[in-house]
Structure formats: structure tokens, C-alpha cells
Design a protein around this ligand. Structure first.
Ligand code: 3PG
Length: 208
């Protein structure tokens, strides 16, 4: 891939965390986000159509950087890479999952929620990570406590982030971007309300 893990922080202030229930939602939701100025999708591996959705977006929406989220096993890391994911995001990390994500050659954000978990990732030489579940794990106050002890670690907090609380994270020196599902509500996807997705995406431009 042409991207490094730290480059992932610069694609958009908000990385949309997307759950597609049916394959026909995949391409239009990616196009709707791009139309709203958000050129990245974290497509979560939570539904049976997720890998096919990644394949479809990779093939049909080249203006979007398509990644895989909810990568919870070494096998899923490999399958996501084979489907055309250009980056990987996990909610947590084990030694074998870290190794498998690295093995794909793709940029990746391993999930961490404690200082010890962040240290374990840093020990592997990797500085870019997800902070999950952000609001439940101490939020911006927790992340703001880290630069003095973990100056190299940079985070994409996800979990409970909204348009309203995103600025409290994006103002921190160790936060590169935030992630969230609020740009792609399940009912908008089910109804094919792509204009609503585009409007929610466009509203994040004010966070830059
Ligand atoms: C994730 O996988 O990062 C979360 O499901 C996103 O959390 P949110 O739904 O609270 O935005």
C-alpha cells in the first residue's frame, strides 16, 4: 500500500465506522460519504456481507480509501487484505493479531484502552493506534494524560464520539483523527437515504 499507518490520521478528521447489513448498501454509502467530503471508510467485519462490501467499494469507488474494521482475528486480517482493504483497524490487540496485521503489509490501527496495552503496541515499533471504547475508557481526559509518559503514541479514539464531543479529542496533541458511526445511521442505510449520509459527512468539515 502507498499509505503508512500514521498517514491514516490525515485522511479525514472523522473516519466513518460503517456497518452494512446488505451488499447493495456498500457502494452508495461510500459514494455518499465521498460526496460529503469524507474520502475514507472503515467497513466493519460484523456482518456476513462485509468482505464482499469491501471488494465492491475497492472496485467501484476508487476515490474512497476503503479499510476493514472490527478485525478481531489473524484470519480476518488476512481475509480483509485479500478482499482489497487498504488499512486494518482492530478493537483490541493480541500478539498474534498484531503480527497478522503487520504481515499483511497494510497500515493498521490496533485497538488499545490502557497504558499497558499502548506500551505493548509501542514495543512492536508501532506508534499509531485506535483508542477504544473511547468514552467508556476515560475519554479525552485519559488521552490528555498520556503525552508526558507516551510521547510517541498517536491515537484515533472511537466509541461514543459525536459531532459535539469530537473537538475535545481533536484538540489533543496525540489525537490524529476520531472514528464514529454517527455519519452512517442504520436507518438511513436501510432507507437508502444517501443525502442524509452526505449531509452528516459534510458537517464534519467544520472539525478541520
Ligand atoms: C467502533 O467500532 O469503533 C465503534 O463501534 C464505533 O463506536 P460508535 O458506534 O460509538 O461511534
Amino acid at each position: 500500500s502507498d499509505l503508512t499507518s500514521t498517514d491514516l490520521f490525515d485522511l479525514s478528521p472523522v473516519v466513518p465506522v460503517v456497518v452494512v447489513d446488505t451488499l447493495d448498501q456498500a457502494v452508495p454509502v461510500a459514494r455518499a460519504l465521498a460526496d460529503g467530503g469524507v474520502p475514507v471508510v472503515e467497513l466493519t467485519l460484523r456482518t456476513s456481507v462485509a468482505l464482499d462490501a469491501i471488494r465492491a467499494i475497492a472496485a467501484e469507488v476508487p476515490e474512497v480509501v476503503i479499510g476493514a474494521g472490527t478485525v478481531t482475528s489473524p484470519a480476518l486480517a488476512k481475509q480483509a487484505a485479500e478482499a482489497g482493504a487498504r488499512f486494518l483497524v482492530s478493537p483490541g490487540a493480541t500478539p498474534s493479531l498484531l503480527a497478522a496485521m503487520r504481515e499483511t503489509g497494510l497500515p493498521f490501527l490496533p485497538g488499545t484502552a490502557t497504558v499497558s496495552e499502548a506500551l505493548a503496541v509501542l514495543e512492536t515499533g508501532h506508534t499509531a493506534m485506535k483508542f477504544f471504547p473511547a468514552e467508556a475508557s476515560g475519554g479525552a481526559k485519559f488521552l490528555g494524560s498520556l503525552p508526558s509518559v507516551l510521547p510517541d503514541a498517536r491515537f484515533c479514539p472511537t466509541g461514543g464520539i459525536t459531532l459535539a464531543n469530537a473537538p475535545s479529542y481533536l484538540g489533543l496533541a496525540n489525537v490524529g483523527c476520531v472514528g464514529g458511526s454517527w455519519l452512517t445511521p442504520a436507518d438511513a442505510l436501510a432507507a437508502g437515504d444517501w443525502d442524509r449520509v452526505t449531509a452528516l459527512a459534510a458537517a464534519t468539515a467544520a472539525l478541520r
